[in-house]
Design a protein around this ligand. Structure first.
Ligand code: NAD
Length: 476
């Protein structure tokens, strides 16, 4: 991304070329967007549409995404540099999310609550009105769908603010939704930098609910504003997820998962398994195998045959990753592989970085505490379960973890003891729209996905229908 005063310019991180540009929404224009969203909310008929009718439109949006899958996948690849196969997977995920929330619309139930008097009491779900959905750059179409589909399903109007580093997919989603029959202005896209339009959106008195995915610093700032304004904020934030290998693990599977867990998406994944913990007696062997596999990864242009890792999403993000590795060196870390920019004609113009494995650091080192959000794995040995739990839980984060062991009792004990919103036992990085997702500690507040993912965007209203035979008395 680069920025003129009026436009965000999306740059292909594989070759530095401009992919497209979008106009920045000014803070003054934001008032109009919010006003149109409220008008659509009240007058378009969307909120009063019976859920099975809303479901038809959500399914039509899924159809529209499916019809343009290849185009969207290529656009995402050029917008943020992910391998084409991953981008196709992200579009598939977005399609699945719209279909899933169409089905939730058809099936979600509310309660008839136990009556304690002469009335019938029950609950209904009401939309908030206008919801702000703010997304990061690592998986635009997928993250956008995770917020937009349930927010619309619940009857809200949505103002989607994509990242300034990946601004091109949001407008495509809004265009497809409109063509699919979503009333005008029920989904609008506002563009610009987080500190400007993002902050203005969060602070806007017309925004009644905030759903944010991004970094912990921004999440915390948004949470403060939401607290002041007394509006709910769902926060999906960063991680430094432990990937744990016990001595009895199936090592072929464990090593493959450790490598996929950190180097998939070039490490630019909130759930990247960025801290590898191996039981001491097998530490050298496992780290050696992980390093060998990392060295053999096919780093290439995102549409190259057999590509396993593309460039980072932007040149300025690569600068951050370079600084992260430099600090790890200064902290005394040993760079076991990678640590630099790959050389060769394919890499000259792009934001590439080598798969990197570092060890020799203590668990409290900054490199073992902070998110790199890049292809950087730190490896640490542990003695026993108590040592592992202390080390693995010793960060501010709590998003996810992986556990490799053949003992199901140990897997249960450790899975319950680790502070993480998602626990993967003998697998890693499985995240589906039908299962809740979110973080413990500084990794977030609230859970997206699953049936309750719709309730995130709805408020419960309790209703009482009087059945009294006698007039109500002032006092009993
Ligand atoms: P970021 O926090 O810099 O930006 C995320 C979005 O928030 C962008 O659209 C940005 O413009 C906006 N923003 C930033 N500051 C804001 C503010 N004060 N008010 C309103 N909006 C603001 O994050 P990023 O660099 O785009 O993404 C990387 C981060 O996202 C990583 O920390 C990663 O772990 C996290 N992430 C989390 C999840 C999850 O589900 N938990 C998923 C993907 C990414």
């Amino acid at each position: 991304m680069s920025q003129s005063s009026e436009y965000l310019i999306s740059t292909n991180p594989a070759n530095g070329e401009e992919v497209g540009r979008v106009r920045i929404t000014s803070v003054a224009e934001l008032d109009g967007c919010v006003e149109r969203a409220w008008h659509a909310f009240h007058h378009s008929g969307w909120k009063s549409l019976l859920p099975h009718r809303r479901a038809l439109v959500l399914n039509a949006i899924a159809d529209g995404l499916a019809a343009e899958k290849e185009k969207l996948a290529h656009l995402q690849m050029r917008d943020n540099g992910k391998p084409l196969g991953e981008c196709r997977g992200m579009v598939e995920s977005a399609i699945g999310t719209f279909r899933y929330y169409a089905a939730v619309c058809e099936t979600i139930e509310t309660d008839v609550t136990p009556s304690r008097g002469d009335y019938l009491s029950f609950t209904v779900l009401e939309p908030y009105g206008v919801v702000a959905a703010i997304t990061p750059w690592n998986s635009p179409i997928m993250n956008d769908a995770t917020k937009v589909a349930p927010a619309l399903a619940a009857g809200n109007a949505v103002l989607l603010k994509p990242s300034e580093d990946s601004p091109l997919l949001g407008p495509e989603l809004a265009r497809i939704a409109l063509a699919a029959g979503l009333p005008a202005d029920m989904l609008q896209v506002v563009q610009g930098r987080g500190a400007e339009i993002g902050a203005a959106l969060v602070a806007h008195p017309g925004v009644r609910m905030i759903s944010f995915t991004g970094g912990t610093v921004s999440g915390s700032a948004i949470g403060r504003v939401a607290g002041e304004r007394l509006v709910p904020a769902a926060l999906e934030l960063g991680g430094k997820s432990p990937h744990v290998v016990f001595a009895d693990a199936d090592m072929d599977h464990a090593v493959a998962a450790v490598v996929a867990g950190i180097f998939g998406s070039a490490g630019q994944s909130c759930v990247a398994g960025s801290r590898l913990f191996v039981q001491a007696e097998r530490y050298d062997e496992v780290v050696e195998r992980v390093v060998a596999r990392a060295k053999g990864l096919r780093v290439a242009l995102p549409d190259a045959e057999g590509v396993e890792m593309g460039p980072l999403a932007s040149f300025h993000h690569r600068e951050r990753v370079i600084r992260f590795v430099e600090r790890a060196r200064q902290e005394g870390g040993r760079i076991l592989c990678g640590g630099g920019i790959p050389q060769g004609p394919d890499f000259d113009k792009g934001a590439f970085f080598e798969p990197t494995v570092i060890d020799g650091l203590g668990p409290r080192a900054a490199s073992c505490q902070e998110e790199a959000f890049g292809p950087v794995l730190v490896a640490l040995p542990f003695k026993d379960e108590a040592d592992l739990i202390a080390q693995a839980n010793g960060t501010a984060f709590g998003l996810a973890c992986g556990i490799w062991t053949e003992s199901f009792k140990r897997a249960w004990r450790i899975g319950r003891a680790l502070e993480a919103g998602s626990v993967w036992i003998n697998t890693y990085k499985q995240s589906v729209t039908s299962t809740p997702f979110g973080g413990f500690k500084n990794s977030g507040i609230g859970r997206e996905k699953g049936i309750d993912g719709l309730r995130l965007y709805a408020q419960v209203k309790s209703m009482y229908f009087g059945l009294h035979e006698q007039p109500l008395a002032v006092a009993k």
